[in-house]
Write a protein that binds this ligand. Sequence first.
Ligand SMILES: C[S@@+](CC[C@H](N)C(=O)[O-])C[C@H]1O[C@@H](n2cnc3c(N)ncnc32)[C@H](O)[C@@H]1O
Length: 353
Amino acid sequence: MQKSFFAAWLTLNRACNLRCKWCYARETGFEKKDEMPLPLAKGIIDLCAQGGIPSIILIGGEPTVYPHVLDVIRYATERGIRTTLVTNGLLLADKERLKSYIEAGLSKVSLSLKAHSAEAYRALTEVDAFDTALQAIALLAEMGVKFSVSTVLTGENIPEFIEGLKKAKEKGASSFGLSFCYNVCMGEGANEHLEKNNPYRLAEAFEACYPTLKAALGNAHFSLEQGLPQCVWREGFIEELQRDRHVHSICQLMSGTGLLFDTEGYLIPCNALYTMRYGKFGEDFSDFEGLLAHRQTPDVTNLFRLLQGVPDEACLSCAKAATCGGGRVTNWTNYSFEELQKMNPRKERIPHA
Ligand SMILES: C[S@@+](CC[C@H](N)C(=O)[O-])C[C@H]1O[C@@H](n2cnc3c(N)ncnc32)[C@H](O)[C@@H]1O
């Protein structure tokens, strides 16, 4: 029996005004022509309204460069659906433009701050726009828009990312989301990503800077989306984060409660796994009942069983399996459970309680 969906993601476009080196969507080529036709976006919103889905997340590419973004927000708002814009925020650093989003009914902005300084921003994104991103944050705060600031953590920006969050806080941000950089490696062997992002090293580096992070953010809300397998962390640290309410674990794919559409109306299981299309609006289903039936077909249930499965038999007897699930499924395109253990600098056996 399908649980209800808490949100639907609409990939409005693939065009983007940044070129982030680690972007999971780099291979789309950021094609300008690759965007969701407005009638398709409206059709998907109608489907969501039919199914009582309360919230739509607008993503890209960069959704603020999508020409119909305000129409989409207005259309969803008129149907009682909340909209969240996932954006680098650069185009929101303009009062009149931001006003038009507010007037269209936008509920929330999730602004991703790509780096902690002007130099690091340029080096990562190929665009000189750190100050513009901070201006957008200041404007969102000034105009009373509900928003959070997200940052991607890598082996290269821990602990410097804290400086970026401090600057965002000074501009008025009071809610922050952190997540580790993920990578989909469908090719052969180890890759550059892993050399820089050994999960044990990431966990160690995050734990080391956690007291500084807490001090820097003070009363602001922040939460780490814990996408690593929990066994890479020192025993007890995740529990500390849980007690502090600074961690959340299971993603929409693991819980099966998200519905993601690409620019052509295909369902995809995860934004990063956008090549794994598993059904198309208008072909495989055209209303909500049809969508539920499609999700129950053997091919689709098998795909989800595979993606939601744990990476190793050892995980089945782990006490943490329910809140871990082996971590983000994309991890396992980079290494096997055995290879992961070889990366352990502490060398002790992974504790499976
Ligand atoms: C592809 S972007 C699209 C929306 C918008 N252009 C933005 O920058 O927020 C979606 C979100 O995923 C994050 N992201 C992109 N590649 C990532 C990766 N490899 N690992 C973790 N997060 C990533 C981005 O920072 C952003 O928050």
